[in-house]
Write a protein that binds this ligand. Structure first.
Ligand SMILES: [Zn+2]
Length: 253
């Protein structure tokens, strides 16, 4: 086995562990809290046996319920691990095909993968994300861009233009609302703005507009499918926007 294959294999294994870890951080609410203490049953707070924590298999080894109180274990953990794992394998395949085997670059990309999932998982649940997670994502995104971009061009004027465009849109929406409901958070969350501005700073106005349009189409289709399309409907915008951002990032370089 070559050294490259060993590195890829090591990352494949780390993906399995990280899929558990990302959920744990989200459920416990912080990086540090997730490092200490064993996982507990949501219902009776008894410690979950070690084999219940094995990614993908844990649910089946527990026979789908808590051994102490018998409470049904939600399928969402299993579904998350499957989607996370498939994306992880696809990322590794992409690196292998493009002969990216520098451990540093691999680590940055896969850290970006994990922090993105953390934001998407959390945004999908609560429509908001903690600032420290957003900063972690931002740092890994800038690093990944630094390793990927061939020109290292940044777009400060485009960022100002995007700020002006979104600002005007928000003002026009806000003015049509009753006074007590006026606020930026009615249309976008603060996290959506930060992600969007990082996209526009590193990708330029045109591509970010494409990301925004694809996100909106995606969001409307999703709401139509769930028969929830109505004014004032909240959306996990980050969950939709981040994957489109990466599609564009990969197409560009
Ligand atoms: Zn229990």
């Amino acid at each position: 086995m070559s050294q490259d294959q060993i590195i890829i294999l090591a990352f494949a294994f780390s993906g399995l562990v990280l899929s558990e870890y990302v959920q744990l951080i989200s459920d416990r609410g912080s990086f540090l809290d997730s490092l200490w203490g064993r996982s507990q049953c949501d219902s009776c707070k008894s410690t979950i046996p070690w084999f219940g924590l094995i990614p993908l298999l844990g649910r089946f080894l527990l026979k789908g319920s808590c051994p102490t109180c018998g409470k049904h274990v939600s399928w969402k953990y299993f579904q998350f691990e499957v989607i996370f794992g498939l994306g992880w394998i696809a990322s590794l395949a992409f690196f292998y095909i493009n002969s990216i085997t520098s451990p540093l670059i691999l680590a940055v990309y896969l850290l970006l993968y994990c922090t993105s999932w953390l934001l998407m998982y959390e945004d999908g649940k609560h429509y908001s994300v903690p600032v420290s997670w957003l900063i972690s994502w931002g740092i890994t995104y800038v690093l990944a861009w630094f390793f990927t971009s061939s020109t290292h061009q940044v777009y400060p004027p485009d960022t100002l233009l995007m700020a002006a465009t979104l600002g005007l849109a928000l003002v026009s929406v806000a003015l049509r609302k009753p006074k007590e409901e006026r606020g930026i958070s009615q249309l976008f969350g603060a996290a959506d703005f930060i992600v969007l501005f990082l996209f526009v700073l590193l990708l330029g106005f045109q591509y970010t507009t494409v990301i925004l349009v694809l996100t909106m189409i995606n969001a409307v289709l999703y709401l139509l499918m769930r028969k929830q399309l109505k004014a004032g409907q909240r959306l996990p915008l980050l969950t939709v926007m981040l994957p489109w951002g990466y599609v564009l990032l990969f197409l560009l370089f």
